[in-house]
Design a protein around this ligand. Structure first.
Ligand code: ZN
Length: 133
């Protein structure tokens, strides 16, 4: 894929529409933005959850398990740490909203995408040790 990654790309990759893939899409784009990075840069990602969000993060950032540029350390937090290997700069972004009850998967997706990303995620600069390539 050499075009900007859309939510539909993430849904296709993930296999279904859901709120989680939308959260991952917003989280990954938010982290790229704060890091002033783009897909294709030399990035390393660490996810603190192992669910729908991870697939969108792989799709949007290009960090994948297969390339060993994605590490999953599940602790139940919807958080992504994204590090630019060239600069060493890293940020940790965390989902700060909860999903309203009673929404269909389609409604949950639309609900998340309609929110201002700055209200969906909090973030801080971090320094982490990342595995050698
Ligand atoms: Zn899902």
């Amino acid at each position: 894929m050499n075009h900007p990654i859309t939510i539909q790309d993430c849904i296709d990759f993930h296999g279904h529409t859901c709120g989680g893939v939308s959260l991952g899409f917003v989280l990954a784009n938010f982290a790229l933005d704060k890091l002033n990075a783009k897909r294709g840069d030399d990035l390393f990602a660490r996810m603190e959850c192992q669910n729908c969000l991870v697939d969108a993060v792989q799709c949007v950032t290009g960090c994948t398990v297969g390339k060993r540029s994605l590490e999953i350390v599940p602790n139940g937090t919807a958080a992504l740490t994204l590090v630019h290997r060239e600069t060493g700069k890293g940020i940790r972004a965390v989902i700060a909203v909860s999903m309203p009850e009673g929404l269909s998967k389609e409604q949950a997706k639309d609900h998340i995408l309609a929110l201002d990303p700055a209200s969906v995620c909090t973030w801080e600069e971090v320094t982490i040790e990342i595995p050698a390539k």
